[in-house]
Ligand binder design. Structure first.
Ligand code: GTP
Ligand code: MG
Length: 231
């Protein structure tokens, strides 16, 4: 079984369509699945939209948290609760096209962690210059300090459950830099990695939650890897 974890904060105009599309892709493949939406009590009523859909699709679960604590915090909370032997992370805003889900499942036969990559042949990122330039510099620096993949900030990724069970999530960051930090942690545990190309699209509806402050989270991780401190 695969567990698809989708963190949401104010994604009411995306989440309904996305849940339909994800279910459709997986059912077409006869893939056993659950979708776990982790909502931080979005003021726009995202959770209400999900609750209505759950009545018709028992493969969907909703975890509601009291307040917005960051993308990393949402994953740290939800990953240990996933029931699947494969655990996939994806955004709610259609930047991560569900059409790639079968590619992740196929690739999981050959690695513990599969990254949907915008930095390998066939991968693309349709995004603003600011959102391309800093990750490009960041990815280069992360490579220099031993990062196992070319696109470490990609949030479209799959883990085998066994590897998540070895990771000490408590010590990982609550913000977006969780994504990079978890790779270094998994590398230290001997995980194997594979990147598959994805075309990263612009969010379909709603506002970004990513702020300039979030850039510093990644710098902190880089720093801690360099000096082998805990995050
Ligand atoms: N539960 C929860 N989800 C979050 C939080 N921050 C972001 N998200 C979700 O994480 C995913 C990624 O956030 P985005 O705002 O799309 O970040 P981004 O992809 O870097 O930015 P854009 O796509 O340019 O808007 C989306 O599904 C968000 O709703 C949070 O604090 N809590
Ligand atoms: Mg996004």
């Amino acid at each position: 079984m695969i567990s698809i974890i989708i963190p949401t904060y104010n994604e009411k105009d995306n989440i309904g369509t996305l849940l339909g599309d994800v279910s459709h892709v997986l059912e077409n493949r006869n893939q056993k699945y659950e979708i776990v939406v982790v909502d931080d009590s979005s003021p726009d009523g995202t959770a209400d939209v999900v609750s209505k859909i759950i009545k018709k699709n028992k493969n969907i679960r909703l975890l509601v948290r009291d307040k917005k604590e960051g993308l990393g915090a949402a994953y740290k909370f939800a990953i240990p609760k996933a029931k699947g032997d494969l655990i996939l992370e994806m955004d709610a805003d259609f930047s991560h096209n569900p059409k790639y889900l079968p590619d992740f499942i196929d690739a999981s036969k050959n690695a513990d962690i599969v990254i949907g990559s915008r930095k390998i042949a066939g991968g693309k990122r349709k995004d603003s210059l600011k959102r391309r330039i800093f990750p490009a510099i960041g990815s280069f620096l992360f490579r220099v300090v031993g990062c196992p993949v070319k696109d470490p900030t990609s949030g479209y990724r799959l883990y085998k459950k066994e590897i998540t069970e070895k990771i000490d999530f408590e010590n990982l960051p609550d913000d977006y830099s969780f994504q990079v930090a978890v790779l270094f942690e998994a590398k230290a545990l001997g995980a194997s990695f594979l990147e598959i190309p994805i075309d990263f699209e612009k969010r379909m509806s709603g506002q970004t939650k990513y702020t300039n402050r979030d850039l510093f989270g990644n710098i902190r991780v880089l720093w801690s890897v360099l000096f082998r401190r805990k995050h």
